[in-house]
Design a protein around this ligand. Structure first.
Ligand code: PAF
Length: 274
């Protein structure tokens, strides 16, 4: 496995290949990331993963400084999963000057849900992903479905800019109790880790009710918020939305339930297609 620290090194390493498959990450890799790498591997003639903790997508009070940097184990795991090139630029390499050109996704997609609670998040994500796409020039890029809204926003960005890149979603990997794997699970104390599964259980309860024909979505959402709050969580949202654009659903729409909630200091997100 080769390591590229600069765009020039990356371009040189990519020279012999025609169809890169790409998995962008911020490192601190878990089995969910490695599953994305394995999924992406046969989709190209070279597999590139990036590791870059992107300051632009963190709010000032968020965990940019403390986000775990686990370089050695990330590289070992990427190599074992079949990665060929790790693109790990420094901040100075990727943002040699302040990044004043930015990608602003449309408010109706990006200022709701995650974007509402993390203003500017999707500007940061789209800007770095556009830049990483420009560096790697992949044919295919794989993103986890756990970040459901992120996947949707990036897919639309690729469509609207006619990027010659297939944006593919990878299924969410879960621990044995059902907790979605996430780099931020590592922040949980032992007792919080036991409690954390309640987020996916709340989503499952909503999804089961919808599958069974419940139509009062507002009541389901309110019940789920109350139940989690009563257990000591601080939920940002627990909602049922239509899959297509994450807007409020109408009868007959294909649905997804999505949640974000803080347990202690750790903010977790999850979703389930209904
Ligand atoms: O999902 C992530 O890890 C990040 O948002 C991404 C896509 C690597 C952009 O920094």
């Amino acid at each position: 496995m080769q390591i590229a620290r600069t765009v020039a090194e990356l371009r040189q390493q990519l020279g012999p290949f025609n169809h890169a498959a790409f998995v962008p990450t911020m490192g601190n890799l878990h089995d969910g990331h490695l599953a994305l790498v394995r999924q992406a591997k046969p989709l190209g003639d070279v597999l590139v993963a990036s590791i870059f903790v992107n300051r632009l997508q963190f709010l000032p009070h968020e965990d940019f400084d403390t986000y775990p940097r686990t370089w050695d184990s990330d590289c070992e795991r990427l190599e074992a999963a079949g990665c060929n090139i790790v693109f790990a630029p420094s901040e100075k390499e990727l943002y040699p000057e302040p990044q004043t050109f930015k990608v602003h996704p449309p408010a109706e997609l990006a200022d709701i849900l995650e974007g509402h609670f993390r203003p500017g998040f999707f500007v940061g994500v789209c800007t770095v992903v556009m830049k990483l796409f420009a560096c790697v020039q992949p044919r295919v890029a794989v993103f986890g479905q756990k970040d459901y809204q992120q996947l949707m926003v990036i897919r639309r960005m690729a469509q609207q800019f006619a990027l010659p890149i297939d944006v593919v979603g990878g299924p969410t990997l879960r621990a044995a109790d059902g907790l979605a794997l996430s780099s931020r699970n590592g922040y949980l104390s032992e007792s919080e880790r036991t409690e954390a599964v309640q987020l996916s259980l709340a989503l499952k309860t909503m999804a089961d009710a919808l599958r069974a024909g419940a139509t009062d979505i507002a009541a389901l959402e309110a019940q789920a918020m109350q139940a989690l709050t009563a257990r000591g969580w601080q939920p940002d949202y627990l909602v049922a939305r239509r899959r297509y654009d994450l807007q409020a659903p109408q009868a007959g729409d294909a649905l997804v339930v999505l949640a974000a909630a803080k347990l202690g200091k750790t903010r977790l997100i999850d979703n389930l297609e209904v």
